[in-house]
Design a protein around this ligand. Sequence first.
Ligand code: HXC
Length: 258
Amino acid sequence: MSTLENILTRIDGRVGVVQINRPKAMNALNGPTMSEIMSALEAFDADPAVGAMVITGDERAFAAGADIKQMATASVVEMMNSPFIGYWDRLRAISKPVIAAVNGWCLGGGNELAMACDMIVAGEGARFGQPEINLGVIPGAGGTQRLTRAVGKTIAMEMILNARQLSAEEALRYGLVNRVVPVERCLGEAVRLAEEIAARAPFAIRIAKEAVNAAFETALAEGVSLERRLFSLLFSTEDQKEGMAAFIEKRKAEWKGK
Ligand code: HXC
């Protein structure tokens, strides 16, 4: 376990875990915290011992949003010039799967952080929301786009225009999260899921993530054509030969990541 000022990190099997650790501020995300989170994820992404990652908070809050005290007096030029919002974009460039394990408050920039991950495991008491309208602003780190893609226009409108919060069960029903588990099992379940994915063919996992993400960026014909190229590309890997041979020989495949 390594301790930085605002996060804790550890490697659990083949899973890199980042825990946001600003309990006194409900894990509000200020510049130093986002910088530490992204540096840790980028280090895990570059580490061959890590196959997938989990980001979590604590039982009270995944993260209660961007740090309002840090932003309160900012000017438009300061916000435009600040690297702050760019931290959320850096998550998009992580090539290995990232799972958010969410307990408690998951609000504003915290919900945008969870949504920028690839999957979300929620604890039973989790509350998801984009309450920026109460501060006289709107989501600024992808919330209007990712939430709308995740839950659809009408629920996103209600959450963003009227600060409606979703319970964990509602978030599951609307497709924002993958599964809901008891609070104390949330992190363990996310790590277990990450461990399962990390045990699969690593290069194919990376390509699969790229292909699914392309569905949000491209027209259907372009996405299907990209998929076909990526699918064919995998026939140049040893893992494809191994995976198909193992099926035919009725044995377990041994992945090399090559
Ligand atoms: C800074 C925060 C904070 C935040 C909580 N705290 N959220 N500090 N920024 N986003 C601090 C409080 O000031 C307080 O510290 C301590 O955490 C405990 O919070 P309380 O409010 O006393 O706790 P509680 O009554 O249990 O209420 C919990 C809460 C509430 C419902 C989560 O704190 C809340 O509504 N927080 C703000 C949520 C929000 O509006 N998020 C969106 C932020 S804007 P002190 O020291 O004062 O006692 C955003 C835009 C992103 O995210 C844009 C892209 C970057």
